[in-house]
Design a protein around this ligand. Structure first.
Ligand code: FAD
Length: 422
């Protein structure tokens, strides 16, 4: 076991959207931050930042105005985490987060105060709040139903331009598809490798030459999201110049390039803010020391080390991120052993039908917090004055069905940091 005498201002447990956002916001406010966590939802997401798209989920009601959707959700679920913050705080959090991404070449755009309709990898349409700039022309083409070509590649699994077009054919007759070969490749293709390949301008020229013969009466061309890893805007601009049409990216199925793109921004940006990261490591134990300092064991066995911090933000997600564990007797929070709000009996976790429109009660499970986002113990009081929580681990929301995943994670991280510094 190794250790040193540094006591950080804050330990962020988690490196999903909530953990990354909390780390960013805390470091920007001058706190010394140490962050740990392994793979999270951020690595599998489409990269779209949902704020609130659907409520009530049983009716599947979709909203163009996410702020109205938030208000409606809070009316029906007064304990929804969005009830703990104002619209202004939510908007500020998304702006600060996306501005940071933009500073590192991953620009995000969207409509003023509105959701944007965007195509999914299979051609369905979803409403989301902020999208990467390289997807924007796809939203414009979808709205105007302009003549558009969707391209896919021989050897790329999980993205079928033909399937996507078939699903949209009824309302978008000028949408068509083509399959081409990827420059220099004849075997199986992987998005990350393709993105690296297209970092080299000569491969973009080859790709443009392959696609150009297909462009008759086409105004927009959509490619699967493989157009560069750290410089997608540059790759899109170059292809637009080469092809003479507007170009956009369509997300691929997870795991897509959106995750590595987001991670790459944080890998480059957080050390510049003085953040110490212990990536791909989990907190395995916590001890309380003198003066309210918390001591964390990180990792296991010979690779374990110890970190001390005056406060902590728990952003460890739900089951997918391992922030919650499903045991025989119920759902547990394994780091601090905080009580988890959950259905009383295990047999009530799920509806009988997997696709039940109401969603499953266990998907509202999580930890309960006070108005300052401090987790509550059995006695209804904060378990620790200096422990806050953010993201999916919070109770009383079903982010997957409500379409509020990244937005809720970022906004609650912002609020948690505010409470920590306030
Ligand atoms: C396939 C998929 C697609 C998605 N698509 C979208 C989308 O299009 N738009 C959108 O808005 N949202 C999307 N999301 C949702 C979004 O990614 C989640 O809502 C969001 O990730 C929740 O963030 P989180 O940081 O709270 O939790 P998570 O992303 O689950 O992250 C939890 C983090 O905590 C870490 N952790 C857990 N336990 C410990 C421990 N003991 N010690 C240290 N670290 C720990 C994990 O390793 C992980 O890094 C998607 C999610 C998935 C899985």
């Amino acid at each position: 076991m190794t250790g040193n005498n540094t006591v950080y201002d804050v330990m962020v447990i988690g490196s999903g959207f909530a953990g990354m956002a909390a780390t960013l916001f805390a470091a920007r406010r001058g706190l010394s931050v140490v962050q740990t966590g392994a793979t999270g939802g951020i690595d599998f997401s489409t990269g779209f930042l949902d704020l609130m798209g659907v409520h009530p989920i049983s009716e599947g009601k979709r909203w163009s105005d996410p702020w109205q959707a938030i208000d409606a959700a809070i009316t029906d679920f007064p304990n929804h985490p969005y009830a703990l913050m104002s619209h202004d705080e939510i908007a500020e959090s998304i702006k600060e987060f996306t501005d940071f991404l933009g500073e590192y070449g991953l620009k995000y755009v969207g409509k003023e105060q509105q959701n944007t309709c965007i195509m999914t990898p299979v051609g369905t349409v979803k409403r989301t709040y902020r999208i990467h700039k390289t997807a924007w022309n796809g939203a414009v083409a979808l709205e105007s139903k302009a003549p558009t070509l969707i391209v896919d590649f021989q050897g790329l699994k999980g993205f079928s331009a033909r399937q996507l077009v078939e699903n949209r054919q009824k309302d978008w007759p000028l949408l068509r598809s083509v399959r081409v070969s990827f420059p220099g490749s004849s075997g199986e293709l992987f998005p990350e490798h393709m993105a690296w390949t297209l970092a080299d301008p000569k491969h973009r020229v080859q790709l443009a030459e392959t696609v150009r013969p297909q462009l008759e009466q086409v105004e927009y061309v959509g490619f699967p999201a493989v157009l560069g890893l750290t410089n997608p805007a540059e790759v899109v601009a170059h292809l637009e110049e080469l092809l003479g049409v507007k170009v956009f990216e369509v997300p691929t199925m997870p795991p897509s390039i959106a995750g590595p793109r987001l991670r790459s921004v944080f890998d480059r940006g957080l050390p510049n803010l003085g953040v110490k990261t212990r990536s791909q490591k989990m907190v395995t134990a916590v001890r309380m020391k003198d003066h309210g300092v918390m001591e964390f064991d990180i990792g296991k066995g010979g690779g374990m080390n110890t970190v001390a911090a005056k406060s902590a933000i728990l952003a460890s997600g739900r089951f997918f991120g391992k922030g919650l564990k499903a045991g025989r007797t119920g759902v547990l929070e394994p780091v601090f052993n905080i009580p988890v709000h959950q259905p009383e009996r295990r047999e009530d976790w799920h509806q009988k039908e997997f696709f039940d429109a109401k969603g499953h009660p266990v998907n509202m499970a999580g930890i309960e917090v006070d108005a300052r986002l401090r987790p509550l113990g059995e006695d209804g009081k904060p378990v620790n004055e200096r422990l806050h929580a953010a993201g999916a681990i919070l109770a009383h929301h079903d982010w997957m069905r409500m379409k509020c995943g990244a937005g809720l994670a970022i906004a609650t991280a912002y609020k948690a940091v505010r409470e920590l510094t306030g």
